[in-house]
Design a protein around this ligand. Structure first.
Ligand code: ZN
Length: 198
């Protein structure tokens, strides 16, 4: 067996806290506190072991980051007024409903209400977002480099994968990642005009 050489990369500086490492094997389904005990996809917790997989978020840390509003870069809690998203984009609630998000959105949320769809990436501290933008070639090359203030209220949407019960073998749905939608005060009366033509 090849001994693992401790990494010199610093989590929270060179590698985001939420990033998976090669020794963190994915597998199995079990109740997870990040989704109030619902079945969720599980992954070993060994941050810093092996090599970072920059394009792959750790399943548990990703859910933790959204549920507890932990900064995906440093892993510490963010507070209201210091939550920033670079990769999020604005979209009207009605447009999300046309894409099947209806059941996940509050019924009293008007179709023209603008949401900040952060995808699976929880907002960062301003200092962490600025550092990420400077250090990460992928983020630096994006056409949209604007840091957007994350709204004070939001909706969490669980994303599911097909799995099976390890005892009975019966199929079940397990939560993989959590998607985050910030609810802005903005309105977009012409949101229908921006729907992709079919
Ligand atoms: Zn941070």
């Amino acid at each position: 067996m090849v001994p693992l050489i401790p990494t010199r990369l610093k989590i929270g500086l060179d590698v985001p806290w939420v990033t998976s490492w090669t020794e963190e094997i994915q597998g199995g389904v079990g109740p997870c506190p990040t989704v109030d005990g619902q079945p969720a996809a599980l992954q070993a917790w060994k941050p810093g072991l092996g090599k970072p997989l920059y394009s792959r978020n750790h399943l548990r840390r990703q859910r933790d980051s959204v549920r507890a509003m932990l900064c995906p870069m440093c892993g510490d809690a963010t507070t209201a007024g210091d939550r920033w998203s670079q990769t999020g984009h604005f979209v009207a609630a009605g447009a999300l409903r046309t894409r099947g998000f209806g059941p996940a959105l509050p019924v009293d949320l008007d179709d023209d209400r603008v949401l900040l769809d952060a995808g699976a990436i929880a907002p960062q501290h301003l200092k962490c977002a600025q550092a990420s933008l400077q250090r990460c070639p992928h983020l630096g090359a994006m056409p949209d480099r604007e840091l957007k203030a994350f709204p004070p209220s939001w909706v969490v949407v669980p994303l599911y994968v097909a799995a099976e019960n390890s005892v009975t073998g019966r199929p079940l749905s397990a939560v993989s990642f959590l998607q985050l939608l910030g609810i802005t005060e903005g309105r977009d009366a012409n949101w229908r005009d921006r729907l992709p033509s079919v």
